[in-house]
Write a protein that binds this ligand. Structure first.
Ligand code: PHE
Ligand code: NA
Length: 509
């Protein structure tokens, strides 16, 4: 077995964990979810989900990861199998590798658009048209641009992306692989130490710029903030808003992927997890609701008003970040520069997250196969390169993967984490494991919260989510959709065979 890596310093660890959490979710996904779900109406379920589900599950995942550092394994198959001797446990643990692995396939592709947009903005290659808000077509040039880059205008089941999209994807993939190849301290931690401060500086510059915008018809930043921060209790009875809020909390905290577990496994066996988890979550929430909540939504509300902003968000997950903001920047002095900054911010946030999404697969190859890091990164690189052709070239595949893996998968895996730890292992011992050696005390009501309330809510979410979305989803039966599903099934089968082979070889269970 290779010698285990550890984080170099506490501050390095916190920055790496913040880099893991702070991503496209904060600056692209959060504004879209909030705007599409009523702004102030979204924030109440969001805050409640954060406190009742997000923080407890984060503590669970950190605790499982620290336990991994004790037993010298980073990933869920071995960690689950050590806690719960049932032979099925190692197969359930597979989710903690393939969820981040499949998400990173499309996450890296979106990340590569942000690099493309940032470079293109710098050189003035993005559309520059003055926005005539009286005319309903003002976003059209920006929409056409995005469509031509990702090739969404083709007929049939295939996309026809521009060669630039493909080239920037390759560059982005290579950057990711290089960081991973350098390892935990010299790669991930070092990049985080540089990228995190840069992300905050860029976000604050953009926020200040947005706060000094005004529209000809007199709207200013207070209208944007009002949209997000005036509580609206009317939507509290709408399960869709609750599902969206809980989904966003999972996504933004990186909880339910298995990625936090792997980062946590690189602490020392007797290090703190509670303060680490809370600091990471606090930094992420600052970046989400203060910075992420102030840039895209506020700018769009100032320029287009509340109802159009909600409409833009409703029409597509990328429309606010990739269409509305470039359109706004095209209409202010030095807009090219601000557009460059916006997309570079997204790129930095994206990179520190995609490496976190990739690390579980690498850790699995290193820990369980005993492969050196170089070989593990090479295998991952080949897998990502080949698989990425699915979201790059097949229509609807990105959304399909995001639906099954990036939405449903997370909640399912989070449920298994709690069940394995607090039910199938032993809740008293799990609580002991979670509360030992921490720098701050975890309040004792968390025990009941984690053991009873959290799994109950997760089951309710899975059921209501199934009722709301499954019938429509399952009725989609076109070839492109089946290719995406086939890819998921294929990845699951390969992983099951690998885990079976590994455990047979060890002669265990
Ligand atoms: N939390 C990241 C975001 O907000 C996404 C992510 C999930 C990153 C899981 C790493 C692991 O974009
Ligand atoms: Na986040």
């Amino acid at each position: 077995m290779i010698k285990r890596e550890h984080w170099g310093s506490r501050i390095g660890l916190i920055l790496a964990v913040a880099g893991n959490a702070i991503g496209l979710g904060n600056f692209l996904r959060f504004p879209v979810q909030a705007a599409d779900n009523g702004g102030g109406a979204f924030m109440i379920p969001y805050m409640i989900s954060l406190l009742v589900l997000g923080i407890p599950l984060l503590l669970v995942e950190w605790s499982l990861g620290r336990y991994g550092s004790v037993i010298n394994h980073s990933t869920a198959p071995a960690i689950f199998n050590n806690l719960w001797k049932n032979p099925i446990s190692k197969y359930i643990g597979i989710l903690g590798i393939i969820i981040p692995l499949i998400v990173v396939v499309y996450y890296t592709y979106i990340e590569s658009w942000t690099l493309l947009y940032s470079i293109f903005s710098l050189f003035g290659l993005t559309p520059s048209v003055s926005v005539d808000t009286a005319n309903g077509e003002y976003l059209k040039p920006f929409k056409d641009f995005l469509i031509s880059i990702i090739g969404a205008n083709s007929e049939g089941l295939l996309l026809s992306p521009s060669i630039y999209a493909y080239i920037f994807f390759l560059i982005t993939l290579l950057i990711n692989l290089y960081i991973l190849y350098r390892g935990i301290t010299a790669g991930i931690e070092k990049v985080a130490k540089f990228a995190l401060p840069a992300i905050f500086i860029m976000a604050i510059i953009l926020m200040v710029r947005v706060f000094t915008l005004t529209s000809p018809d007199g709207r200013n930043f207070l209208d944007g903030l009002g949209f997000l921060w005036n509580p609206d209790f009317s939507a509290l009875t709408d399960p869709k808003v609750w599902l969206a809020a809980a989904g966003q909390v999972f996504f933004t905290l990186s909880v339910g992927f298995g990625a936090i577990m792997v980062y946590a496994s690189y602490i020392k066996p007797k290090d703190d997890i509670a303060l680490n988890a809370i600091s990471g979550a606090s930094v992420n929430e600052f970046a989400e609701i203060i910075l992420g909540g102030s840039i895209a939504i506020t700018a769009s509300v100032i320029f287009f008003g509340i109802s159009t902003t909600a409409e833009i968000a409703h029409q597509g997950a990328f429309n606010l970040g990739f269409m509305a903001l470039p359109a706004i920047f095209a209409n202010i002095p030095f807009g090219q520069f601000f557009s460059f900054l916006w997309f570079l911010l997204l790129f930095f946030a994206g990179v520190t997250s995609s490496i976190a999404l990739s690390q579980p697969a690498i850790a699995f190859l290193e820990d369980e196969f005993g492969f050196p890091r170089k070989k593990s990164v090479l295998i991952l690189g080949l897998f990502l390169f080949i698989s990425a052709h699915i979201p790059i070239f097949i229509k609807g595949a990105l959304d399909e993967l995001d639906f099954w893996v990036g939405t449903f998968g997370l909640i399912l895996f989070a449920l298994f984490e709690v069940l394995v730890f607090f039910w199938f292992f032993d809740s008293k011992k799990a609580w002991q494991e979670m509360t030992r050696d921490n720098d701050i005390k975890i309040p004792s009501f968390f025990y009941y919260l984690i053991k009873y309330i959290v799994p109950l809510i997760l089951i309710v979410i899975l059921i209501s989510w199934g009722i709301d979305y499954l019938p429509k989803k399952i009725s989609e039966n076109t070839l492109n959709i089946w290719i995406a599903r086939g890819f998921i099934v294929f990845t699951i089968i390969i992983s099951i065979l690998l885990v079976k082979y590994l455990w047979n070889k060890r002669g265990k269970q």
